[in-house]
Design a protein around this ligand. Structure first.
Ligand code: ATP
Ligand SMILES: Nc1ccn([C@@H]2O[C@H](COP(=O)(O)O)[C@@H](O)[C@H]2O)c(=O)n1
Length: 306
């Protein structure tokens, strides 16, 4: 026999859960734009600010490219079907580690959460960002079979991330819907054409190349500071880091391929808000987006002063 207190507590819990399920509205933010325009760092910070899930769609194409390199499939005519089969049977996981400003890279006032990409359980976060993958990824991503396979993975990951964002929400955040932020090239045009907020993020070619160069140099410094795991291991050969001009050429080549491919090319969705961040601080671009999202969710903007 349950005590009166237990029954009241149960009834309250049931009412609370029902209210949450009934008031649950999903909100999707699509962020598209050319290479190194700040999509993924911005999307991660926006997701953290709003308590939403985050999906880096480029990392799925990068996983497909890594599989292609490992299996020696570089001819998209013959290899397309087997690569599409490989990626659609692989398990891609994107794990976001919430940041505190002293643990992760921070851009001004904001800390950017770290993302770990797992391919069949293996941490490939670094391997999918090598120059070999950079050179091949746009070619792999232009294939319709691969895009179809990746589309299913994207939608599945988004549904999982969104439901996690809703169920992990605290009781006092009931007025906020659950949601997901996804960045890529065709999120607002093809993957989520009904997204509640679409952003096209851009910056000048030179600003993008300099930022990528800075980022590579910071990573180089961090790697140099890390103690070797095995003191007997021989010193790894020094990596050759590209110049700003080389990076600019690589970004231009990739953008050209992404804009000019037949399947789901990079385009500005007609209902997207275009943000050129060449002269914006990171906080300005993040808060512009979170305030737009809050407004569309019927909430008060928070940062209209920045
Ligand atoms: N407003 C800004 N001011 C200065 N640096 C910025 C700004 N926005 C982003 N960055 C930096 O620019 C670099 C590129 O950003 P990010 O990796 O997020 O771009 P991306 O569009 O996701 O790139 P890719 O398409 O290649 O994956 C990062 O080092 C990021 O910290
Ligand atoms: N929605 C998307 C996302 C990415 N691609 C392709 O992947 C490449 C790498 O993406 P990054 O965001 O990690 O730089 C990109 O250049 C595109 O070729 C895509 O086609 N659609």
């Amino acid at each position: 026999m349950l005590s009166i207190h237990t029954r009241i507590a149960r009834r309250q819990l049931l009412r609370h859960t029902t209210h949450r399920l009934l008031s649950r509205r999903d909100f999707t933010i699509a962020i598209d734009g050319p290479a190194a325009s700040g999509k993924s760092s911005t999307a991660r910070a926006v997701a953290q600010e709003l308590g939403f899930g985050y999906i880096d769609s480029g990392s799925i194409y990068r996983c497909a490219t890594l599989l292609a390199l490992r299996q020696n499939i570089t001819d998209m005519g013959e290899g397309s079907a087997s690569l599409a089969d490989l990626i659609s049977h692989a398990k891609v996981d994107i794990k976001v580690r919430p940041s505190t400003s002293h643990q992760t890279p921070s851009l001004g006032r904001l800390a950017v959460p770290e993302v770990q990409v797992l391919l069949d359980g293996e941490d490939v976060s670094r391997e999918i960002r090598t120059p070999e993958v950079n050179r091949l990824v746009a070619k792999i991503a232009s294939d319709s079979g691969i895009r179809q396979a990746v589309l299913h993975i994207q939608r599945k990951l988004a549904a999982d991330a969104e439901s996690r964002s809703t169920t992990s929400r605290s009781a006092d955040a009931n007025d906020m819907p659950g949601g997901v932020v996804m960045d890529g090239r065709d999120i607002g045009t093809t993957i989520f054409p009904g997204a509640e907020l679409k952003i096209y993020l851009d910056a000048s070619a030179m600003a993008r190349a300099i930022r990528r160069w800075d980022e590579m140099n910071q990573m180089k410094d961090v790697t140099a500071q890390k103690p070797a795991h095995d003191p007997k291991a021989s010193v790894a050969p020094a990596a050759v880091y590209p110049s700003v001009e080389e990076i600019a050429r690589e970004l231009e080549t990739r953008d050209y391929a992404d804009i000019n491919r037949e399947n789901s090319p990079l385009r500005i969705a007609p209902d997207a808000v275009v943000i050129d961040n060449t002269n914006l601080t990171f906080a300005q671009q993040v808060y512009t987006i979170t305030d737009l999202a809050r407004e569309r969710m019927g909430l008060e903007p928070k940062h209209s002063d920045c």
